[in-house]
Design a protein around this ligand. Structure first.
Ligand SMILES: CC(=O)SCCNC(=O)CCNC(=O)[C@H](O)C(C)(C)COP(=O)(O)OP(=O)(O)OC[C@H]1O[C@@H](n2cnc3c(N)ncnc32)[C@H](O)[C@@H]1OP(=O)(O)O
Ligand SMILES: O=C([O-])CC(=O)C(=O)O
Length: 375
C-alpha cells in the first residue's frame, strides 16, 4: 500500500521564514490587511494606485500625492520600441504568462537597474507598463493591430480595459478592475513573492526577482487557478450538471481549482468581495448561466469537503463578464502583484541575509565510485 503523504511541515507550512511589515494573512484563520488596513476597506474606498502607494511608501497618499503618483505612472505606460518588436514576434498561441515573463526580462536589458537607488523607478515603470504589454501583444497577435499604448483613463485598471477592447470601459468595469487589482496586490510569503525574496536575497536586480516570481505565479496551484477555474465553470451547462460533475471529480480525487488555501482555514476574505462584484456584473450583462453554475460549484465544495472559494474562483466569472479572454486572467494578477513583489524586494534588501535553508538528507549512504569499465 502506498504510504500516506506527510502534510505536516511539508511545503514549509507554518514556519516563519522572515519578517514583513507589509501584510498579515489569516491571523485569526481569516482576515487580510495591507500595512494595517483591512483589504475589504481598501477595496471599497480606494483605487489601485492608492494601494500601490500605500504598499510602497507605508501610508495612504493624500489627494495631491495620489495625483502626482498617477501622473508618474501615466508617463511610463507606453512601451519601448524594442519591446514592441519583441511582442510582435511572439507567437499568437504563446501563453500570455510567457509573454509577460519575457517582457519583464527584456526590460532588464533595456532599462537595467544599475544600483538599488533606482529600485522605486524601476518598480513603478513595471507597474505602469504591464497592462500595456498584455494589451499590445494581445491586440497585435489576435488582430494584427499596433495599438496606441496611451489612454486617458485615470487608473491602470481602466487603462487596461480601454487598450484591450479599444473602447471606453464602463464605470462598473473600472470599479471592478480596481477592486480586483487591490485584492491581488499583496499576500505575504506566498510562493511567487517568496521566489522574489529568495532572488533579492542574493542581491540580484529587480527584473530577475520579478521574472522568477512570474514563473512561480503561473502554476495552477497559485495564480494559474483563475484560468483553471474558468475552464471548470465552462464545462457545465446547468447548476445541476455542475453539481453532478463535481461529485464525480471529488470521487476521483481530482483537485478543484479556485478552492482551498495554504493559510486561510475558514474563508478567503477576498472571495466575499469579488463574489459580490461578479454578481453585479452577471446582473448587468444578463447572465443566467455562469454565475449560477459558479454558485453551485461553491456550494457543492463546501457541502462535500468544507473547502471554500479562494480569491481566484469568482475572479474567473468577473473577468469573463468584462469580456477578458481567459488566458489573460493570470497576467492581470501579475499586473497587480508586481506591487507586492517589488515591495518585498525592497524590504528584503533593507535587512538582507541570503536565504539559504538546509535540507534533510534522505539519499544513499556515502559510497565509492566504481570505475566506469567495472560498472
Ligand atoms: C491566489 C492564490 O494563489 S490562491 C490558491 C490558488 N490555487 C488553487 O485554487 C488550486 C487548488 N487548491 C489547492 O491545490 C490547495 O488548496 C492549495 C495549493 C491552495 C493549498 O495547498 P495545501 O496547503 O497543501 O492545502 P491543505 O493542506 O489545506 O490541503 C491538503 C489536502 O486537502 C485537499 N484539498 C485541498 N484543496 C483542494 C482542492 N482545491 N480540491 C480538492 N482537494 C483539495 C487535498 O486532499 C489536499 O492534499 P493533496 O495536496 O495531497 O491532494
Ligand atoms: O498566499 C498564498 O499562498 C496564495 C495566495 O492566496 C496569494 O498569493 O494571493
Amino acid at each position: 500500500m502506498a504510504e500516506a503523504k506527510v502534510l505536516s511541515g511539508a511545503g514549509l507550512r507554518g514556519q516563519v521564514a522572515g519578517q514583513t511589515a507589509l501584510c498579515t494573512v489569516g491571523k485569526e484563520g481569516a482576515g487580510l490587511t495591507y500595512r494595517g488596513y483591512d483589504v475589504r476597506d481598501l477595496a471599497e474606498h480606494c483605487c489601485f494606485e492608492e494601494v500601490a502607494y500605500l504598499l510602497f511608501h507605508g501610508e495612504l497618499p493624500n489627494a495631491e500625492q495620489l495625483a502626482a503618483y498617477q501622473a508618474r505612472l501615466h508617463q511610463w505606460r507606453d512601451l519601448p520600441d524594442v519591446l514592441k518588436e519583441v511582442l510582435e514576434r511572439a507567437p499568437s498561441n504563446a501563453h500570455p504568462m510567457d509573454v509577460i515573463r519575457t517582457a519583464c526580462s527584456v526590460m532588464g536589458m533595456l532599462e537595467p537597474e544599475q544600483d538599488f537607488s533606482q529600485q522605486q523607478d524601476r518598480a513603478d515603470r513595471l507597474v505602469a507598463m504591464a497592462p500595456s504589454v498584455m494589451a499590445y501583444w494581445y491586440r497585435f497577435s489576435h488582430g494584427g493591430q499596433r495599438i496606441n499604448c496611451n489612454s486617458d483613463e485615470a487608473t491602470l485598471g481602466g487603462h487596461f480595459l480601454a487598450l484591450l477592447h479599444g473602447r471606453k470601459p464602463s464605470e462598473l468595469e473600472v470599479k471592478v478592475m480596481n477592486v480586483s487589482l487591490i485584492l491581488y496586490a499583496e499576500h505575504e510569503f506566498n510562493a511567487s513573492t517568496f521566489t522574489a525574496r529568495v532572488c533579492a536575497s542574493t542581491l540580484s536586480d529587480i527584473y530577475s526577482c520579478v521574472t522568477g516570481a512570474v514563473g512561480s505565479l503561473r502554476g495552477p496551484l497559485h495564480g494559474g487557478a483563475n484560468e483553471a477555474a474558468m475552464e471548470l465553470i465552462q464545462r457545465f451547462n446547468t447548476p445541476e450538471e455542475a453539481r453532478e460533475g463535481l461529485l464525480g471529480m471529488l470521487e476521483r480525487k481530482e483537485k478543484i481549482m479556485g478552492f482551498g488555501h495554504a493559510i486561510y482555514r475558514e474563508s478567503d476574505p477576498r472571495n466575499e468581495v469579488i463574489k459580490e462584484w461578479a454578481k453585479k456584473l452577471a446582473d448587468t450583462v444578463g447572465d443566467t448561466k455562469l454565475y449560477p453554475i459558479s454558485v453551485a460549484i461553491d456550494e457543492t465544495m463546501w457541502e462535500q469537503k468544507k473547502l471554500f472559494p479562494n480569491a481566484d474562483f469568482y475572479h474567473a466569472s468577473a473577468y469573463h463578464f468584462m469580456g477578458i479572454p481567459t488566458p489573460l486572467f493570470t497576467p492581470i494578477f501579475v499586473c497587480s502583484r508586481l506591487v507586492g513583489w517589488c515591495s518585498h524586494v525592497f524590504e528584503q534588501r533593507a535587512n538582507n541575509r541570503i536565504i539559504r535553508p538546509s535540507a534533510e538528507y534522505i539519499g544513499p549512504e556515502q559510497r565509492k565510485v566504481v570505475p566506469i569499465d567495472q560498472r
